[in-house]
Ligand binder design. Structure first.
Ligand SMILES: [Zn+2]
Length: 149
């Protein structure tokens, strides 16, 4: 085990509930894993493979792949999971290894729960266990393979 959770995950040293959605030389895409707590379905993480903390550290090649991946995963969430909007952010407060959160908002979400963390507070939010996360990841993976660039 190294000192970085995300590097360890990429190396396969950590079990996460979500299956891999997409992976290439620059990025790794998977579902968030809240360590046994129910997951908000459609909270996706795009990790850079290289251990650097911020978007400012991307090479041009990495930035191209990262941007294209953001767009493709967002499209998959809309088309495959019926998301009506996708929130995105980079925090980095917890782990200084660049990862972007993409959080789907689904139709019918009350206005007071709009926002990437607010959606978690909605009682009607689509939460799921590990099996549901794996199925969701499979659907997104299939969509992205069928709509390859
Ligand atoms: Zn790392």
């Amino acid at each position: 085990m190294g000192e970085c959770f995300i590097c360890d995950k990429h190396a396969g040293n950590i079990e996460t509930s979500g299956a891999v959605i997409y992976e290439d030389e620059h990025v790794y895409v998977g579902h968030i894993d809240r360590g046994g707590q129910p997951n908000y379905l459609g909270h996706i993480m795009i990790d850079l493979k290289r251990h650097v903390p911020t978007l400012a550290d991307l090479t041009i090649e990495e930035a191209k792949t990262f941007g294209i991946t953001m767009a493709r995963v967002s499209k998959a969430l809309k088309e495959s999971e019926n998301a009506e909007h996708i929130y995105s952010f980079v925090s980095g407060n917890a782990v200084p290894h660049l990862h972007m959160h993409l959080v789907a908002r689904y139709p019918g979400t009350p206005r007071e729960y709009w926002g990437p963390s607010e959606v978690y507070d909605w009682e009607g939010a689509p939460m799921g266990d590990g099996e549901e996360v794996v199925r969701l990841c499979g659907r997104l993976k299939d969509y992205m393979e069928q709509h390859a660039v």
